[in-house]
Design a protein around this ligand. Structure first.
Ligand SMILES: [Zn+2]
Length: 688
């Protein structure tokens, strides 16, 4: 529910990363002068692939490096799971693609083959044949006939064939899967008025209707339980003998081949844990994987929140629920990280003032938390990302997702420092800011404050946004009350907390921003992104599907409409081009507060109808004329709408069976990394 996928396409970026200590800065510069790190790797489809460095790795002790290495292997061991979760034929398609790359005997320079390569990269980037963000099937630009010839020109032994199957039969099996846009067209379909389960191609359910699933979990869930588990988080629902049953993802259950590998590495990690809290958390995570017991998962999360002193941290599990239309099923993801002490200070300052922010929020008094507990904010540098967090990545993470654990034990909010840094460096070269900025004043402001504005927005979204507010007594959790709208509304709520406070003198007073100019910058970039820039990610004629994109347009459109009478902000035309002008920043802030109050009310009271109306009226439909204009203006700029990363490679140096050092390598080729992962971390069968 709570991952920030705010990929800052509107950012101007200066080279300035968050401040760091004198020594570290110097060391970094020395390294740079020797071998300048290339943050930009390659471009294909609608994607630009970047690279990042593991800042702080050299400063770890050998024991910490060993820990990071085991967690790195555990992260990659689960990679197959996300592929199968997103679609039941994804692993077969991927292995067919890998076989062709490794074994095709024909001309690899032919134009048609280049199209196949392009398709492969797009599929790898999306962890499957559906677009990682838009969720539509990725259509090949090459013909089915060519695909057949690719398969027949490979050594048959290398293809993922069933026994007795021929290359042609495999090609024919994959024909509707890959080439028919109508078959399993969306991995997750949130469209209103349809059966969202039948309409989604993901592998979380099979042979069941939305109504059946809702009844199934409806019976299981006890609304009087104050500490409910995350029902349905780690299973697929199927029908057996007319009855719905869960196939649980655990050792001995579904996905056991990959989960056993994860457990193998986690157990090694336990032997080198930094402290008892971390050891306890990792042991509970292993127990969860071994039993599939969701109570164990809750116990793990409670222990994980309590582990605040470790330098190395890990997210590994069935975490985010965006891929499921009903918001129950957790996609596998893993992020291993190192705490950045310096950058953490700013987030801690915000976290330390969490109660002030809650008390002063423009909410109904009974929707405010009396006592905001244990929000742990920190900045981290990523070591490895896997599963749903890679190659496309969040820039902030706020976990756990369980509401009662958040209320009673708190949550951890992290900002992915080295990822954001790499974005900013790559973004500095982007021409989109010049094209869409209203005037020299806003351009200058964005240049000066764009970085800090976006960092602060993310920090507040995570640390005081998701953490704020409370449900009214007796109201069920939002996955039950707000259903397919819960994600968009939750993201809107967190964004609105950030927007409301980023134009508040309090932030200047506590020393996290230099002036209210930062707030102005954020308001300008938020409206521009929500109303215009993000539309570049959508094909003409399509509506907005993704939760964060819905939330951004919802907020921007709503404040434009409600502020129209007072001319708070307006679209203006210049030389046939559209720009956004804010006339009254104070009033805009009041509007953000009004909408925050309403969305918190919707969550607190479980008002499905009002939530649905907000999302459908403001967040889904796209203004066709603006959409067309944005696409045209972007097409001249050659800016990729999506970005993602090649991961670093960790190598354990061993002597007499003992790890004596862990080396970091930074691969430069995206496809080589994908082929390497396909060889090394391929644990699941084609059909699960
Ligand atoms: Zn969020």
């Amino acid at each position: 529910m709570l991952k920030t996928k705010f990929i800052a396409i509107s950012l101007i970026a200066l080279m300035g990363l968050s401040s760091c200590g004198g020594n570290a800065q110097k060391k970094e510069e020395e390294q740079k002068s020797e071998t300048p790190f290339d943050f930009i790797a390659e471009r294909f489809g609608d994607v630009q692939v970047l690279r990042y460095q593991i800042t702080g790795f050299d400063g770890l002790s050998l024991k910490q490096k060993e820990l990071a290495y085991y967690l790195y292997e555990a992260a990659l061991s689960g990679r197959d799971i996300i592929w199968d979760q997103k679609y039941r034929h994804n692993l077969l398609v991927r292995r067919t693609i890998e076989a062709i790359w490794n074994n095709y005997k024909g001309d690899k320079n032919a134009a048609e083959y280049k199209k196949f390569e392009d398709y492969s990269k797009r599929v790898w980037f999306s962890n499957g044949i559906h677009h990682h963000y838009a969720s539509d099937k990725i259509m090949p630009d090459f013909s089915f006939g060519f695909f057949q010839s690719l398969l027949t020109n490979c050594d048959q032994k290398t293809l993922p064939l069933n026994s007795g199957e021929t290359a042609d039969q495999l090609a024919n099996f994959l024909k509707p899967v890959m080439f028919d846009p109508k078959v399993d067209s969306k991995t997750v379909n949130l469209q209103a008025g349809i059966d969202n389960i039948k309409g989604s191609a993901n592998n979380f359910y099979e042979g069941v209707t939305q109504k059946e699933v809702e009844e199934f979990y409806g019976k299981m869930i006890d609304n009087t339980n104050k500490t409910p588990v995350s029902y349905g988080l780690n299973s697929k629902v199927v029908k057996e003998n007319g009855k719905l049953v869960e196939k649980t993802w655990k050792v001995g259950g579904m996905y056991t081949q990959a989960i056993e590998r994860i457990v193998f590495w986690l157990k090694k990690a336990i032997t080198v844990a930094e402290n008892d809290n971390q050891k306890k958390a990792l042991e509970l995570l292993v127990a969860f994987y071994e039993t599939g017991d969701l109570k164990k998962f809750d116990e793990y999360n409670v222990a994980w929140v309590a582990d605040v002193n470790s330098a190395i941290d890990v997210v590994n599990g069935f975490i985010e629920v965006y891929q499921d239309a009903l918001g129950k099923k957790g996609s596998f993801e893993a992020v291993v990280s190192i705490k950045d002490e310096e950058a953490t200070k700013k987030i801690e300052t915000i976290a330390n003032n969490a109660q002030w922010f809650e008390d002063n929020a423009p909410l109904f008094p009974n929707h405010k938390k009396k006592e905001v507990k244990g929000i742990i904010g920190k900045s981290i540098n990523v070591v490895i990302e896997s599963g749903d967090a890679s190659p496309s990545t969040p820039i902030g993470i706020n976990l756990p997702n369980s509401n009662w654990i958040r209320q009673e034990h708190g949550s951890k909010s992290v900002s992915l420092g080295n990822i954001v840094g790499a974005y900013n460096i790559a973004g500095a070269k982007s021409p989109s800011t010049s094209e869409f900025s209203l005037n020299e004043e806003t351009k200058k402001r964005a240049k000066e404050f764009g970085n800090i504005a976006s960092e602060l927005h993310t920090d507040m979204h995570e640390v005081i946004g998701h953490a704020s507010g409370q449900l009214e007594p007796g109201i069920a959790t939002p996955d039950i009350t707000l259903k397919n709208y819960q994600n968009a509304l939750e993201e809107a709520r967190a964004d609105l907390v950030a927007l409301y406070y980023i134009y508040d003198q309090k932030l200047v007073d506590i020393g996290v921003m230099p002036s209210l100019e930062v707030g102005k910058t954020e308001y300008e970039s938020y409206l521009l992104n929500g109303l215009m820039l993000q539309l570049n990610r959508i094909d003409l004629g399509k509506s907005i599907e993704e939760a964060h994109m819905r939330n951004r347009q919802l907020i921007a459109k709503w404040v434009m409409e409600k502020g129209a009478a007072d001319n708070v902000a307006e679209f203006i035309k210049r030389d046939g081009k559209t720009f956004i002008q804010i006339n009254n920043y104070e009033k805009l802030r009041v509007l953000f507060g009004d909408l925050l109050k309403e969305i918190q009310r919707i969550k607190s009271q479980g008002d499905f109808k009002a939530g649905q109306a907000l999302v459908e009226n403001y967040g889904v439909k796209v203004d066709a004329a603006i959409h067309k204009e944005v696409k045209e203006r972007f097409s001249k700029l050659n800016v990729a709408p999506y970005k993602g990363f090649i991961q670093p490679r960790l190598i354990a140096v061993e002597k007499d069976g003992k790890i004596t050092d862990v080396k970091v390598e930074y691969p430069t080729s995206f496809s080589e990394q994908m082929l390497e992962y396909g060889k090394k971390y391929s644990f699941l069968p084609n059909v699960n």
